[in-house]
Design a protein around this ligand. Structure first.
Ligand SMILES: *[C@@H]1O[C@H](CO)[C@@H](O)[C@H](O)[C@H]1NC(C)=O
Ligand SMILES: *[C@@H]1O[C@H](CO)[C@@H](O)[C@H](O)[C@H]1NC(C)=O
Ligand SMILES: *[C@@H]1O[C@H](CO)[C@@H](O)[C@H](O)[C@H]1NC(C)=O
Ligand SMILES: *[C@@H]1O[C@H](CO)[C@@H](O)[C@H](O)[C@H]1NC(C)=O
Length: 511
């Protein structure tokens, strides 16, 4: 009896031990495979970087909410946004969106408009207008806008020209006599009085023009400029004061700043999307999404109707070999039999801008399918043509989405739904004339939010971007204040006395 008991408990102990080691083995294997995934997905980036694709699929949130046929119209596959993404909850978000006014382009507080105060570094001209072949004329590093505007090259470079328009706007705020309350941002020269610090490096242009390496050079000029800008900026007192948390940096082209971003990540980036960024380097909380400058012309005096736009659905674009490619290919096979669908591959840009423009203007809906990055300027071409965008891009982030309800003028379809047989075409056909007309009317209203121009006008893209930066400013200040907790004695109130360089936190514990 006693013996039996002993052997029994012995057996128990053994099995517990083996269970334990079994579990620790499993846990170790799991951790190792996880590490492997993390490393293998982004070899070129920070090894700490977490790949967004490796994150759990938060689309599960939105799948619970598909009872209504239009349920998925409001759904964005938005991983950063932990809010449930149904149409209803979006509408009740406590932001300045007002159903009668819809997009508040006016400041939150009625009455006196608050203007964002921006300190801009006087970077040498090789970082900005010098890239446009503008030469300094003895008056410092900035052009005199009253005499001659530096010319921006046309063509595809224009898509990412936001750096040019934003910088011009700041210069205009001090050079051109204008009431400052017609502006969203002004330049100030005392950085202690500024809300944010702006780094005027035309990084997209630098990428577009100088990323190729000459045979006799080791590194491209684009890399050299990024290195120089990091060196310049991180040496400034303004950067040391905040660890860069109140800085605004332009990186609109998805491939711009590829090197510098790993050093400048505490700053707020202005981006077209997060497609090529690990989420701890760039994310929707910290950064600002800006629109592309559209390539087609605006549809002025648009008197088209649901019936006069004879093409139901329009798509013109490239086939990508990466992830986006198979979606485009499959959609092509799903839609190619439909008579009123235009779906063709090939770059619309090679002399085809006119064709694309005509095509979009005569279509009710325009498809936007994720390519090699989640965003593309096609969406903004569709808006300028008042062609209701149908967005199939689960990872897309949209400009000013904290101030604008995109479901008023866009249709969102999840990729996996779009790839179901007949889903997309039935869905688009189910949108009838009055609903379409409502969206089309809204498109005509919102179009101005996507116009880049000089001088900037109220609620155009330039001012909308500044306002989006202004909405980030309190967070930037908060982070700056928090970061100073332990360095008070070092920095004190006299910025001139910075002696000790505090260690920056790593991206992981930045938040
Ligand atoms: C929206 O604005 C209108 C007038 O502009 C006002 O009557 C209405 O109360 C506002 N609604 C909300 C929810 O603030
Ligand atoms: C800059 O602004 C701060 C805060 O308003 C002020 O104390 C300081 O004297 C100003 N510096 C200069 C050079 O005007
Ligand atoms: C649009 O209409 C206005 C006023 O009727 C006219 O001045 C303008 O030239 C038109 N624009 C185009 C592109 O037709
Ligand atoms: C940060 O500190 C400044 C004073 O230096 C204060 O005016 C500001 O309100 C603080 N900001 C936040 C977000 O706490």
């Amino acid at each position: 009896m006693a013996e039996r008991n002993v052997s029994h408990s012995h057996f128990k102990v053994v099995s517990r031990n083996s269970l334990l080691s079994f579990f620790s083995l499993i846990t170790m294997l799991f951790m190792m495979s996880w590490l492997f995934i993390l490393r293998s997905t982004r070899p070129e980036d920070n090894p700490n970087a977490i790949d967004r694709n490796a994150l759990p699929d938060s689309n599960q949130f939105s799948t619970m909410n598909t009872e209504s046929p239009f349920g998925n119209r409001a759904i964005l596959g938005n991983e950063q946004d932990l809010e449930p993404t149904s149409h209803e909850t979006k509408k009740t978000l406590p932001d300045e969106t007002n159903d009668s006014g819809k997009c508040s382009t006016k400041p939150r507080t009625s009455g006196k408009k608050s203007v964002l105060k921006i300190f801009m570094y006087d970077l040498p001209s090789e970082f900005h207008f010098g890239l446009l072949d503008w030469k300094e004329e003895g008056h410092g590093v900035w052009p005199d806008l009253r005499t001659k505007l530096p010319h921006y090259p046309g063509g595809l470079n224009l898509q990412h020209s936001i750096e040019y328009w934003l910088t011009l706007d700041l210069l205009a705020s001090e050079q051109l006599p204008e009431p400052s309350d017609s502006r969203s941002a002004i330049r100030v020269h005392n950085s202690s009085e500024a809300d944010v610090i702006f780094v005027p490096f035309f990084s997209s242009l630098s990428y577009n023009r100088f990323s190729r390496t000459d045979p006799h050079e080791k590194r491209s000029n684009n890399k050299v400029l990024q290195e120089k800008v990091v060196k310049f900026v991180t040496a400034q007192l303004e950067w040391k004061r905040s660890g860069g948390r109140d800085h605004v940096i332009l990186a609109h082209h998805p491939n711009s700043m590829l090197d510098a971003r790993m050093k400048l990540w505490p700053a707020t980036f202005i981006l077209s999307d997060f497609g090529r960024y690990p989420p701890n380097i760039a994310n929707v909380e910290k950064d600002v999404i800006a629109p592309y400058k559209h390539v087609v012309e605006c549809y002025e005096n648009d008197s088209s109707t649901f019936d006069s736009r004879t093409t139901l659905l329009y798509f013109q674009g490239a086939i990508y070999r990466k992830d986006g490619g198979h979606v485009r290919q499959e959609l092509f096979y799903l839609l190619k039999e439909e008579k009123d669908v235009h779906f063709s591959f090939g770059s619309a840009q090679k002399g085809g801008v006119k064709d694309a423009s005509a095509g979009m203007r005569s279509s009710k809906f325009c498809l936007n399918i994720a390519g090699d990055t989640p965003s593309s300027n096609r969406l903004f071409d569709a808006i300028a043509s008042h062609c209701v965008p149908v967005i199939i891009s689960d990872e897309i982030e949209l400009p000013y989405e904290d101030a604008i309800d995109y479901t008023d003028f866009c249709i969102f379809v999840r990729t996996r739904d779009a790839l179901k047989k007949r889903f997309l075409i039935d869905f688009v056909r189910s949108v009838k004339k009055d609903e379409w007309t409502r969206m089309w009317n809204r498109l005509k209203q919102v179009q101005k939010f996507y116009e880049f121009q000089f001088p900037s006008k109220e609620a155009d893209a330039v001012q909308m971007i500044w306002q989006a930066v202004a909405r980030k400013a309190p967070l930037m200040r908060l982070k700056t204040n928090k970061s100073r907790r332990f360095f008070r004695s070092v920095y004190g109130t006299n910025m001139g006395n910075v002696r000790v360089k505090p260690s920056l936190p790593t991206p992981k514990n930045f938040w």
